[in-house]
Design a protein around this ligand. Structure first.
Ligand code: GCU
Length: 675
């Protein structure tokens, strides 16, 4: 009888699970064992959440006592925590919550529980939502905004609240503690009363999970919204407009995080419109939020059509301002010097700004990586960037260490990720996009974490028990699951980013996607707008009879000189420049001899071909995973992989045929194997 009852219970669980498989993310419901939470800390929102999570997910001994303790301890920094099998210690309540999530994650993934101290690499781990106030999402591929809706921006429904809570819970479970809830291409209306009221409603739902709300603001808001004659950052009326507006925001949301600004970039207004500098602009806002402990994240994504080499502009504009920013300003720098391409060298601003806080900005939404069709696990890309040695303060000055306070003293530290979240039932469009949200949080918490561990964790949390629901199958033995699902799928995830580079932009090629607004698929020929030489091929690839690639050497645009030695010399010489960045830094003849002994043309063709084969291999791996995945996710991902395989072929054929006009060389035979 008891057995029957449990079977029924499990069946119900499985059914609920099935209906909501995608929506549960990596936080899948588990039948929890009873647990008693012991805590001397005074009751608070965050503590209540921590207790609730323990009760919801405890997988340890039934009836265990788990102790949550707030204590000051030199080993604990920020929201760090210390973990043992039945206790979490932290200096802050948020730390207790993160410790609880880590404890539960370890229980579920079979890792040792007495893990000791874990401190976050960055104080702020923040998602940037490029959500417009009408509910659309710039570069969003997972449906409309979870925060804003057309015509109903001001009616907060119970469904909105439940969604915001579920979102914040997912964030908190991986340590994300900030959300910028509107597009960096911001509307001045963002700071108007009705939108601020909705912002407050959002902040109220995010708060119990320790997620602070930030806003993107338009620099010309004083004129556009406030009716002032100017938005000049040194104008006294402008200064007091921002002070008052900021006060108004904090009156509504006392723990408001601060502002993000995209200024003097892609047509956005900025201090340069008034002959002022980025520092003048950033400091204006920094002074306004300072009394409330707020931050300003000032983006360094700046370029204009006038630049000969767009890759150089951010460095040229920001390095002369080093030391001129307030200590509550952080300069937000995209991982590479152009724009979230499948592969870029790290931005030379990392490590070059020595007296200014700098934060990395990664793109979780796959604008240039197949959007929500292609399966591309981005942790290896971020790991590559964070681990890059800038040499700016001697060997070992990695991007990670130059941004987390290890190399240069900085009052605040942060990492930002452009979110891939929308109203889609599985949140991210492609089910595997969830892995990138997860990976961002994990790397922002620990910027030396390995992609392989992140992949392993995410797969276990997301798929482990879905094997039991797959086509009504009994649960496979753990060893079987590890060998036939976990191991091959981990390999697939880890190879997926390199595959995307191979079939789209290998050997340092970049920005050769279709440059119509969608940025989807190949477009090396694309020439839409004679006004924008910087967007118009052959600008980025420079393909011609004499070769291919962008000359950024000392003889070319000299972007190499923005890197510290020994990198500048290494990148400057095609013999020592890594193959991955070869055509980023060099324009080389088609018959250039590569390290492999092949010609550049053959090597290029081989990479495109390899990319196609890798995706076909992913299809086979996924097909073999069928017994371990619920039917719905299996079929959806199978279809997406089929489409990705087509995309890869399209990229390869389009690019090779386009470049062949210039190389006039045959496509090597090995590139077209009989299928
Ligand atoms: C990319 C993207 C834009 C975005 C911009 C930014 O260029 O295509 O949509 O606004 O980055 O980061 O500001």
């Amino acid at each position: 009888m008891k057995q029957l009852f449990f079977s029924l219970l499990l069946l119900c669980g499985a059914l609920t699970l099935k209906a909501e498989d995608g929506h549960q993310l990596w936080l899948r419901p588990h039948p929890a064992a009873p647990v008693t939470v012991v805590s001397a800390a005074k009751n608070s929102l965050l503590l209540a959440t921590a207790k609730q999570e323990l009760q919801r997910g405890w997988q340890g001994a039934a009836g265990a006592n788990v102790r949550l303790t707030i204590k000051k301890d030199k080993a604990l920094r920020n929201d760090g925590f210390r973990l043992s099998a039945t206790s979490v210690e932290a200096a802050t309540e948020a730390g207790l919550l993160y410790g609880v999530f880590e404890l539960l994650r370890r229980q579920q993934t079979g890792q040792p529980l007495a893990a000791g101290v874990s401190n976050p690499s960055y104080e702020l781990r923040v998602l940037n939502h490029w959500d417009n106030l009408d509910g659309s999402v710039e570069r969003g591929y997972a449906g409309q905004s979870i925060f804003w809706r057309k015509d109903s921006a001001f009616a907060v429904t119970a469904r909105d609240k439940a969604l915001w809570q579920a979102y914040a819970r997912a964030d908190a479970s991986v340590g994300i503690n900030g959300a910028v809830i509107n597009n960096v291409n911001s509307s001045p209306q963002m700071l108007s009363g009705p939108y601020l009221a909705r912002t407050k409603a959002i902040a109220d739902e995010l708060r119990p999970f320790g997620v602070k709300v930030f806003l993107s603001v338009k620099f010309s808001s004083p004129a556009l919204l406030g009716g002032l004659k100017t938005s000049d950052p040194l104008d006294p009326a402008v200064i007091s407009w921002w002070k008052n507006k900021t006060k108004e925001v904090y009156a509504l949301i006392p723990d408001f995080g601060g502002f993000v600004v995209k200024a003097s970039s892609e047509g956005q207004p900025g201090p340069q419109d008034y002959g002022r500098t980025h520092a003048d602009g950033a400091n204006l806002l920094a002074d306004a939020v300072r009394p409330f402990g707020g931050l300003v994240m000032w983006r360094a994504f700046v370029y204009s059509p006038a630049d000969k080499d767009r890759a150089k502009q951010a460095y040229n504009e920001f390095v002369p301002l080093d030391g001129k920013f307030r200590d509550n300003v952080i300069i937000q720098v995209k991982n590479g010097p152009i724009d979230f391409q499948p592969r870029e060298p790290f931005s030379p601003l990392f490590g070059a700004l020595k007296k200014t806080a700098v934060m990395p900005e990664f793109q979780i939404t796959q604008e240039y990586l197949g959007q929500s069709t292609d399966l591309v696990f981005l942790a290896p890309m971020w790991e590559e960037c964070l681990g890059s040695d800038t040499y700016q303060a001697g060997p070992g000055s990695t991007v990670a260490r130059c941004t987390d306070g290890s190399v240069y003293p900085q009052r605040h530290s942060a990492m930002a990720g452009v979110a891939n979240v929308g109203l889609a039932t599985n949140w991210t469009g492609q089910d595997f996009g969830q892995a990138n949200w997860y990976a961002f949080g994990r790397l922002a918490w620990n910027n030396t974490m390995k992609s392989s561990q992140i992949a392993d964790e995410w797969l276990r949390l997301t798929f482990a028990e879905s094997a039991t629901t797959a086509a009504g199958q009994p649960a496979p033995a753990a060893a079987d699951w590890n060998a036939h699902f976990l191991a091959p799928m981990t390999q697939l995830l880890l190879a997926s980013r390199e595959a995307a580079v191979n079939y789209s932009m290998p050997l340092g090629l970049h920005h050769i996607m279709s440059a119509t607004y969608d940025h989807y698929g190949p477009g090396p020929w694309w020439a839409p707008d004679k006004m924008r030489a910087d967007w118009t091929p052959p600008y980025y690839h420079q393909a011609a009879a004499n070769g291919v690639g962008f000359d950024r050497t000392t003889a070319g645009s000299n972007a190499v000189s923005q890197y510290h030695e020994p990198l500048a010399a290494q990148f400057n010489d095609p013999a020592t420049c890594p193959d991955e960045y070869l055509l980023w830094f060099h324009h080389l003849p088609w018959d250039f001899k590569m390290k492999s002994g092949r010609t550049l043309w053959d090597e290029l063709a081989l990479h495109y071909d390899l990319g196609v084969h890798q995706v076909r291999q992913f299809q086979q791996t996924w097909d073999a995973a069928r017994p371990y995945v619920d039917a719905e996710r299996f079929a959806t991902v199978q279809n997406k992989l089929r489409a990705q395989s087509g995309n890869a072929v399209l990229w390869k054929d389009a690019c090779l045929l386009y470049f062949q006009q210039f190389s006039r060389l045959p496509i090597p035979a090995s590139v077209e194997p009989p299928m």
